[in-house]
Design a protein around this ligand. Sequence first.
Ligand SMILES: *Cc1c(COP(=O)(O)O)cnc(C)c1O
Length: 428
Amino acid sequence: MLEEKSTYQNSLAYAKQADAEDPLAHFRERFNLPKDENGKNLIYLCGNSLGLQPKKARDYVEEELNNWAEIAVEGHFKAKVPWTEYHELLTKPMADIVGAKPSEVVIMNTLSTNLHLMMISFYRPTSKRYKILIESDAFPSDSYAVISQIKEKGYDPDEALILWKPRTEEHLCRFEDLEAIIEEHGNEIALVMIGNSNYYTGQKYPIKAITELGHKYGCKVGFDLAHGVGNIDADLHENGPDFAVWCTYKYLNSGPGAIGGCFVHERHANDRDIPRLTGWWGHKMDSRFNMRVDFDPIEGAEGWQLSNPPILSMAPIRASLELFAEAGFKNIRAKSKKITGYLEFLIKDLKDDRIAILTPENPEERGCQLSIQVKNADRSLHDGFMQAGIICDWREPDVIRVAPAPLYNSFEDVYEMTQRLKELLAKK
Ligand SMILES: *Cc1c(COP(=O)(O)O)cnc(C)c1O
């Protein structure tokens, strides 16, 4: 990576050359790029919030609308991909992306719902061990979910919630501070629940080290991969957390509010003593429709399913995962490091001391997103980007998040973005 960094150049010619040499460049054509009112492509750097639409998504949704129109209930068994088996198309490619065995992964519900289901199973507080550890800048929905679970179990969040915080004057969380917390409180912590990578700073936390640390003290460990899935390598099986949850509408490009994903480690696959909320779709397939037998869960993550899945929401995921499988996650990650490294190089080359990049410099400690803090900036900076045809995302009070998505963003996109940043800052 270092050699590559040193060859970066701040010029449109260099950006175009990098695109010409990019083995993933042709995937851009497989997406619909949003346009302005004159039909000109916008520069979209907001895949951390909502990924772009794969062109195939429409075909796959239409296929199921047609099945529904033409064969109705028979679609469950007679559609080209029978609806009862539709999820099987998704499980293997999704498991590959998060580094899990297919039996450890299920596509269901949405993220916050899955987080609650996982906490019902893996947050089992006792009078001695009832605390939950999260990072201080956790995504609000995660904090709400965790706090409501603590309350629901009869504990006081003021006492039961432990925050892993950056030190004063710092933005990133240090692993040694997490170690210190767990060494001191490990025996009181029931669950360590970390968002990876952090939605605000883009910091990627070490899944393996955090999991080992938590497990050493008898805590359960879960990760929220909302900003990680399709962006960083998670190796969930090897790294060994008890569970993970994610959404598919950010880097996985599966459409607004698309159905989410959930990982339950193999070690829990056959444990019938784990309490869980249950529904008929978690029941073994072969006797599911007998309707009268006692609940007999499917082994593995599918045993946590509640309802029959929304096929129309799964169809775009199918389109997206095909692209990921075709490109290969290793290649995606390699481009991600290179393009984000280029963005970082260009921003530093502005040599503007009003700008600070909050995201870690080490490519192993981040995904594709850079969080750029601009001193004394306000929302007008973001509005300026929008007017210049650049879609990125603003976080109060003064941070722009820019996320070049390796499947559809180009080096030229990144170059144009930093040119606009330079112009906007010159006006301030
Ligand atoms: C995007 C995001 C969510 C959103 O949750 P939904 O249930 O899908 O609305 C939750 N947590 C994190 C960390 C996120 O980044």
